[in-house]
Design a protein around this ligand. Structure first.
Ligand code: ZN
Ligand code: ZN
Length: 305
């Protein structure tokens, strides 16, 4: 891995945040609160570039094509000391963005230093075992909700690292679901892209829809007129509200299941948006959809309003 590539990536998140600040000064509080977290995640991605403590499952086509994500059922990988490093980076970023919890995070960080079984947290988060997360919080005498939040955000860079190799394994397979084919998480945004080569099933006029995974960052093609949550294709139930700020931004909503997700139409944009950063600039659409009682298909720190 060359320095050039790392510094370019680093530049991207910072530059993306700067551009959003300039364009959307009204969302300043959102960028202050969550910008540091995005920067920390990118630093963690760089930290994990050489990490290889995982063996990906083999793809079994009939299972995968029925909608079972590649990593479903996989054991927690060997995270070594890196999980603690990423946890610290994440905790410091949360503290910087949300001064109200800085004291609780300081307590967590000093408990983490003393814990000799820290990777139990990684395993508990991986297994979605909230009972163990709670008992660790009790044993370490720290805030359980914050521990769970930071603990799960600290696993994301490991997912991002695995995604690079996992994507190759599934590149020739068919996936028709609204959740991620690699890690099974729902997307934090969709991107409409210009149609290039098209495939018969997904074919659509007016561009292709791509989903961006809120966890591992994988992007996959999805049917343009289908709800990713309930899979309704009822034309009367699927609609969108366009942003007042930009004609390229919108929130897609489903009247069948009452869920929504945010979308950027990139077809007329010169630069494609960085999906690691772009959802932060769409919070006004989250607000609008939630005011109308729609629920996000995935929870992000900034859409839990
Ligand atoms: Zn994913
Ligand atoms: Zn739906």
């Amino acid at each position: 891995m060359t320095d050039t590539k790392s510094s370019k990536k680093k530049h991207d998140v910072q530059a993306g945040l700067m551009a959003l600040r300039k364009r959307l000064p009204a969302l300043e509080n959102i960028f202050d609160a969550f910008g540091p977290l995005l920067v920390a995640q990118e630093k963690a991605d760089e930290l994990l570039e050489g990490w290889s403590g995982f063996i990906l499952p083999e793809v079994y086509a009939p299972r995968f094509e029925q909608g079972v994500a590649l990593l479903d059922g996989m054991e927690c990988p060997e995270v070594g000391d890196l999980y603690k490093d990423v946890f610290k980076l994440t905790a410091e970023a949360v503290s910087a963005g949300m001064p109200a919890v800085a004291g609780s995070i300081e307590t967590i960080l000093s408990a983490v230093e003393k814990a000799d079984d820290f990777n139990r947290l990684a395993k508990a988060v991986w297994d979605a075992d909230s009972h163990t997360v709670e008992s660790l919080a009790d044993a370490w005498k720290v805030d359980g909700q914050l521990l769970a939040f930071i603990g799960s955000f600290s696993l994301k860079p490991f997912m991002v690292r695995m995604e690079h190799e996992a994507a190759d394994k599934i590149s020739n397979m068919q996936w028709l679901k609204g959740y991620c084919p690699i890690c099974g998480t729902f997307p934090d945004m969709s991107l409409l892209k210009r149609s290039g080569e098209d495939n018969a099933y997904l074919k659509s006029h007016g561009g292709q829809r791509w989903m961006h995974c809120s966890c591992c960052g994988h992007e996959w093609r999805f049917k343009r007129n289908m709800c990713p949550w309930c899979e309704s294709e009822d034309y009367d139930k699927l609609r969108y509200l366009q942003s007042d700020e930009s004609k390229n931004e919108r929130v897609d909503i489903c009247d069948n299941c009452k869920h929504y997700f945010v979308t950027i139409d990139t077809r007329e944009l010169v630069d494609e948006p960085d999906p690691r950063v772009a959802p932060l600039g769409l919070v006004h659409l989250d607000i609008r959809a939630q005011e109308d009682e729609f629920m996000p298909i995935t929870e992000t720190p900034w859409n839990m309003l």
